[in-house]
Design a protein around this ligand. Structure first.
Ligand code: S5P
Length: 265
């Protein structure tokens, strides 16, 4: 079923995790990854309960939760699995390969529950091998999203750096795709041209109300991001700070899905 909606992305991709994402998004008619940036376990559980049916992936920052403990987290991950969403820890790893491998463990044990994680490629390509080795030790599969662009004002990821990240990431099986700047459709378009058809581009910095956000964050329009080549809109405050998170999640799902249909046709 996913093939008819995803077109060449489906045909060109032989990654199990990419196909899983495309299937989940097609089943839910949503290209939304919720950035679940709430500080309490009860707030997180409530949010996923409320919007889980309208999102395809759930992005976490495990280290910003005030009352985190392994039992609560296991409940949270169980709920996410029941809701059929991929779990994506936005850890933005950046160290050398062997340290990153160990950082996938530790008290949070990210390798045990994440399907996707983010990494910067600043330390070189071994970081991807380190992350993959950690999942492998756990008998699990996962995908790395490399930061090729960022949505924040004044970031240092210039086009030259972006090109290097794409060149290295494109040929690595452990790389699921790239983070692009959702606030600037022209940047997404140029990223898509470099990446080609087979890897994912996921974009934060997306909101129905566009413009500047808090502390240098910038927002672009969800439909424009998808038409420019984004495969998933990462939406945080647009959903979790809305007066009605469920309705907001539905609205983002609809906009992103209709844009995919428009793009493929
Ligand atoms: O360049 C980036 C990369 C990421 S992963 N800009 C971002 O904003 N993010 C993440 O997306 C950020 O860590 C946050 O969790 C989310 C955006 O949240 P929002 O509330 O601004 O939509």
């Amino acid at each position: 079923m996913a093939e008819q909606f995803w077109g060449e992305r489906w045909l060109c991709s032989d990654s199990e995790i990419s196909r899983k994402y495309m299937e989940v998004s097609a089943a839910k008619n949503s290209l939304v990854c919720l950035a679940a940036d709430r500080n309490t376990m009860s707030g997180l559980l409530e949010l996923v309960e409320e919007v889980g049916d309208y999102i395809a992936a759930l992005k976490t920052h495990v280290d910003l939760v005030d009352d985190w403990n392994p039992e609560y987290w296991a409940d949270f991950c169980r709920l996410a699995r029941e809701k059929n969403v991929l779990i994506f820890e936005d850890r933005k790893f950046a160290d050398i390969g062997k340290i990153t491998k160990n950082q996938m463990g530790g008290i949070y044990n990210i390798k045990g529950w994440s399907d996707l994680v983010t990494a910067h490629l600043i330390s070189g390509p071994d970081i991807v091998d380190g992350i993959q080795a950690a999942w492998n030790d756990e008998g699990r599969i996962g995908g790395v999203l490399l930061l090729a662009q960022m949505s924040s004002r004044g970031n240092l990821l210039d086009p030259n750096y972006t090109n290097k990240v794409v060149d290295l990431g494109k040929v690595h099986d452990g790389v699921f795709g790239f983070i692009g700047n959702g606030s600037r459709p022209e940047e997404i378009k140029s990223l898509r041209e470099k990446v080609g058809p087979d890897k994912m581009i996921w974009t934060p910095g997306v909101n129905i109300s566009t413009g500047d956000g808090e502390m240098g964050q910038r927002y672009g329009d969800p439909r424009e991001a998808v038409l420019a080549g984004s495969d998933c809109i990462i939406v945080g405050s647009g959903i979790h700070k809305s007066d009605n998170p469920k309705e907001a999640a539905k609205a983002y799902a609809e906009k992103s899905w209709n844009a995919l249909l428009e793009r493929v046709i």
